[in-house]
Design a protein around this ligand. Structure first.
Ligand code: ADP
Ligand code: TZD
Ligand code: MG
Length: 583
């Protein structure tokens, strides 16, 4: 059982009869986390970390207990993204560890700082494969999927282990870190004074990385020669929390910008320089492109023609030097942290040095207006049943003046349409499937955002996406978090009308339960469920749910034929002729 008294309360009688205060691994872990300002742990309890969770809570760290480690890990990852402090996920050995590892891998892919702390079984049994309870060589399993992985094998190394994990998570390009704590280390006793001395508070774990002045000059010279410049803001720019300087640089230069999905709101989406509604035009025609915290990966077509002009030249601001030239040659790399880099750009920028061609701005303005009109027409329709547009219009209108609400979004069509329709007005308020396009982040991200901010969250979830993490509804109700989950229920992955080509009775691989009532799930846990079939019903249900600030699910019936296979990613989906009758 846990010692309810705080640390160093136990006393051991030594061989000479002297009593000396002792501490143990559990206390040292909690003390080390607190010393480094960690105030929240997300996890699932069990052998050997149950008492670690209890002790953390007893000592004032908020502990949020989940139903599945993957969601706990996702909550930790988004906490890291929102706060620049590593989010902590606590897991049990082997299966719990592996469940959490998916979230750590996803965090690493997205550049979110988090630490998965996992208990592990006895080394001598694991290493000789003698067959332990929950046996797994966790450290080696974690290595390929994490930014760094460490194991602590002596209680006196806990302080160093946690310090190294924190630095690895937040320095340079942030990522997911694994920290392995054996059951032996957790239970091991240590002289309390020696234990206290072994702990350290990390100094400046996320040091500024000031870019070379010549790299700033090279970039500004290139921009000065541009006719059709474009800035792309990625989630690295949002993460950097240099919001005012980024806005100032964009406004001072007048350069049109395109936000990647999680950078939406860094400047409000209705900003006159936002070129999101002219995306294909600006990608194809820009002659100098400045990437700020965005990788030229698949989300940007790898920078390749025909999406991009083969003549375009690139400036890239990134903390990771090896990101440069990963897809296209980078003519002006700026390696450093975005806060320092943008501030240096602002001080070096000479007024009037960047002149945009009027034709460029006009072409963008015209295309924006044209596309805005088509979008308004699509959003203006009121089909029955609802399609993605009419449902998202209702949500957009409810959220318009509630700019403090976090929006979590995942699915295929639900994600792709949601990104385009829901405007964001504040930085770091949109949290979505990110670099992997992963399903199942929804409830973890929603819980993490609600816990760190105390603000309301609206999670717009495809019905398939929701299923990956739906049991966390109980977690949301247990902690009474102000999260409204809107399930876009089109009865399937992408669509709800696919057929079994064998003619047999089983549903098609992409089909989910017809007429499922996700709203009823939350009622089992005392939350509010609403079933809506039209935009008016959705408007009212969402407005009421946000006003109550209580957990709610809105089951939102969407036309099963409204979506497209793979959403907007059809070009990535290889297809086969399944049978001759297939259309
Ligand atoms: P998006 O998906 O929004 O395009 P990416 O995740 O591809 O964004 O890119 C984010 C980039 O931002 C990464 O290459 C990462 O190294 C970089 N980055 C993250 N934090 C910082 C920072 N503080 N300063 C500079 N670059 C950063
Ligand atoms: N598993 C995981 C972890 N991530 C994935 N991206 C997938 C499977 C494959 N997948 C997608 O890429 S989107 C999607 C899956 C299963 C679900 C789409 O259905 P939905 O959204 O109901 O969430 P729409 O609105 O019906 O398209
Ligand atoms: Mg669906």
């Amino acid at each position: 059982m846990i010692a309810t008294e705080p640390k160093s309360s136990n006393e051991l009688e030594s061989s000479n009869g002297q009593k000396s205060a002792v501490t143990d691994g559990f206390h040292l872990v909690v003390d080390a986390l607190k010393l480094n300002g960690i105030d929240t742990i997300y996890g699932v309890a069990g052998i050997p970390i149950t008492d670690l969770a209890r002790l953390a809570q007893a000592e004032g760290i908020r502990y949020i207990g989940f139903r599945h480690e993957q969601s706990a890990g996702n909550a930790a990852a988004i906490t890291g993204y929102l706060t620049q402090k590593p989010g902590i996920c606590l897991t049990v050995s082997a299966p719990g560890f592996l469940n959490g590892l998916v979230a750590v891998a996803n965090a690493t892919t997205n550049g979110f700082p988090m630490i998965q702390i996992s208990g592990s079984s006895d080394r001598e049994i694991v290493d000789l494969q003698k067959g332990d309870y929950e046996e797994l060589d966790q450290l080696n399993a974690a290595k390929p999927y994490t930014k760094a992985a460490f194991r602590v094998s002596r209680p006196e190394d806990i302080g160093i282990g946690i310090a190294r994990a924190i630095r690895a998570a937040v320095s340079g390009r942030p990522g997911g870190v694994y920290l392995d704590l054996t059951a032996d280390v957790l239970g091991a006793a240590l002289d309390a004074d020696a234990g206290a001395k072994s702990l350290l508070r990390v100094v400046d774990p996320m040091p500024r990385q000031i870019p070379a002045p010549e790299s700033i000059k090279r970039a500004l010279d290139l921009l000065a020669r541009a006719q059709r410049p474009l800035i792309i803001l990625g989630k690295g720019a949002a993460y950097a929390q240099a919001d005012a300087d980024i806005r100032s640089f964009i406004e001072k230069t007048g350069i049109p910008y395109l936000p990647m999905s999680m950078a939406k709101g860094l400047l409000p989406d209705n900003h006159p320089q936002c070129a999101a509604a002219a995306r294909s035009l600006v990608l194809a025609q820009a002659d100098v492109v400045m990437l700020i915290g965005a990788r030229l990966n698949w989300l940007l077509g790898h920078g390749k023609a025909p999406q991009w002009s083969p003549e375009a030249r690139f400036i890239q601001l990134d903390i990771s030097p090896t990101e440069m030239d990963s897809n296209r040659p980078i003519a002006a790399p700026i390696v450093g942290d975005i806060g320092s880099a943008v501030s240096a750009l602002l001080t070096t920028l000479k007024p009037g040095s960047i002149r945009l061609s009027a034709a460029w701005l006009k072409a963008i303005g015209d295309r924006k207006q044209h596309n805005a009109e088509s979008m308004a027409a699509r959003l203006g329709r009121n089909p029955n049943p609802m399609d993605f547009y009419s449902a998202l219009r209702a949500i957009r209108d409810v959220l318009r003046d509630k700019t403090d609400v976090y929006v979590v979004n995942e699915g295929a069509n639900t994600l792709d349409f949601g990104r385009n329709v829901i405007d964001m007005h504040e930085p770091r308020k949109r949290l979505d499937s990110g670099t992997w396009g992963v399903m199942g982040i929804g409830m973890g991200y929603a819980i993490g955002a609600a816990v760190v901010s105390g603000k309301p969250v609206v999670a717009i979830e495809g019905d398939s996406a929701f299923g990956f993490c739906g049991m966390e509804i109980e977690t949301i109700c247990r902690y009474e978090l102000p999260i409204v989950t809107v399930v876009f229920n089109n009865g399937g992955i992408y669509r709800g009308d696919d057929v079994n080509h064998s003619g047999g009775a089983d549903p098609s691989p992409t089909i989910l339960m017809k007429n499922a009532r996700y709203d009823k799930l939350i009622e089992a846990f005392g939350g509010t469920g609403r079933h809506v079939t039209d935009p008016q019903g959705l408007t009212k249900a969402l407005t009421d749910a946000l006003a109550s600030a209580k957990p709610a699910i809105i089951n939102c019936v969407i036309d099963p034929t409204a979506g497209t296979e793979s959403g907007h990613l059809q070009s990535l989906n290889p297809t086969s002729h399944i049978d001759s009758g297939r259309k």
